[in-house]
Design a protein around this ligand. Structure first.
Ligand SMILES: NC(=O)c1ccc[n+]([C@@H]2O[C@H](COP(=O)([O-])OP(=O)(O)OC[C@H]3O[C@@H](n4cnc5c(N)ncnc54)[C@H](OP(=O)(O)O)[C@@H]3O)[C@@H](O)[C@H]2O)c1
Length: 317
């Protein structure tokens, strides 16, 4: 099939494009920068340059590809995150841009796809540790997300999920990835990895009882699920996460040890609130995990790294 990947050069896109090519698809990869065209070519795709926020440019790029499927993998989340950003996540420029990519750019891609007869649309969303802090430790796609207005970008996420899964001219699938780790992500062996850095410096403590449950996914496994969703699966939302949601107090010491760091410090909740703000503290203490049962059952997908334990040990490079 002809597949158009918006975000071909991102952490996820760089894994997805070669997998699609290996499956025999003809891929066109979108980037904003002339200078990243060679990267797109090296992944096996034909590059096309367009700003996702420019509706005419997107329409032209998509029309030049006439894709049967569009994969929307646009975010602006890969930049550095300061403590100030953690305290006021909605004020960070990365969050503001990601909100625009999840709303305006989604509309631009949907309009462009409809205009050229695209019949399937697969989009990136984010659900891990965003569930309402009620009910059991591990939740499904049927459970509500946390309606707390302090949740970063919730409105934009809900906008994207609704817009994509309700298209009538094709099939819309939304993949809610877990926290990424692996090459090109914030948790990797690269010296500039955004989350690994503070963990190495013991600046990523366990807050309170560390009971918040996080759900991870290796970026290669996330791409494999996406490559399947390009081909099959019913419209709807799918959690793309590993088999083992786990509390911070369990996974963080393991990750610190893999990164060669000393065990994480422990700080009380009140200090967590003071340093990193209320929402970050809630993520560390009360977040709920996500179940991958639906993606496994309906997409026939199975993560290669079924557990972050194995993935952190073998897949960070
Ligand atoms: N995905 C999540 O839910 C999530 C959540 C928290 C943290 N993180 C971390 O953030 C990183 C995210 O990886 P990612 O793959 O989602 O993002 P990424 O690596 O930042 O890639 C973003 C992609 O979007 C494209 N893009 C952004 N703005 C664009 C625009 N206006 N027009 C056209 N293209 C545009 C970029 O293309 P060009 O630059 O080539 O133009 C790039 O291909 C990882 O390190 C992950 O650990 C991710």
């Amino acid at each position: 099939m002809k597949v158009f990947v918006a975000g071909a050069t991102g952490a996820l896109g760089r894994q997805l494009v070669p997998q699609l090519v290996a499956q025999g698809h003809e891929v066109v990869g979108m980037t904003r920068s002339e200078s990243k065209q060679d990267l797109v070519r090296s992944l096996g795709a034909r590059p096309v340059v367009a700003d996702a926020l420019d509706p005419d440019a997107v329409a032209q790029a998509v029309a030049s590809a006439e894709p049967e499927v569009i994969a929307h993998q646009l975010t602006a989340l890969s930049g550095k995150m300061s403590i100030r950003d953690a305290r006021h996540p909605d004020r960070s420029s990365a969050a503001k841009m990601t909100n625009r990519l999840r709303t305006e750019a989604t509309d631009n891609l949907l309009d462009a796809g409809r205009a050229v007869g695209t019949r399937r649309f697969v989009a990136q969303s984010f659900g891990a540790f965003r569930f309402a802090r009620t009910g059991g430790p591990v939740q499904t796609e049927a459970d509500p997300l946390d309606p707390d207005p302090r949740q970063t970008g919730l409105e934009a996420i809900l906008y994207l999920e609704h817009a994509v899964t309700t298209i009538e001219w094709g099939e819309g699938l939304v993949l809610r990835y877990g926290g990424f780790y692996g090459p090109g992500t914030g948790i990797s062996l690269a010296p500039d990895a955004v989350m690994a850095g503070p963990i190495r410096k013991r600046r990523f403590p366990i807050v309170g009882d560390g009971g918040g449950i996080w759900t991870f996914i290796h970026v290669e496994d996330a791409a494999a699920a996406t490559a399947i969703a390009v081909e099959r699966g019913r419209p709807g939302i799918y959690n793309v996460v590993d088999d083992q949601p786990a509390p911070v107090r369990e996974w963080l010491p393991v990750l610190a040890s893999v990164l060669g760091a000393k065990p994480p410090r422990r700080i009380p909740r009140w200090l967590g609130r003071l340093l990193a703000g209320e929402m970050a503290t809630l993520m560390m203490t009360e977040a709920r995990g996500a179940s991958n049962e639906k993606a496994k059952r309906e997409l026939g997908w199975k993560p290669r790294y079924a557990s972050w334990r194995q993935g952190f040990a073998q897949g960070l490079g």
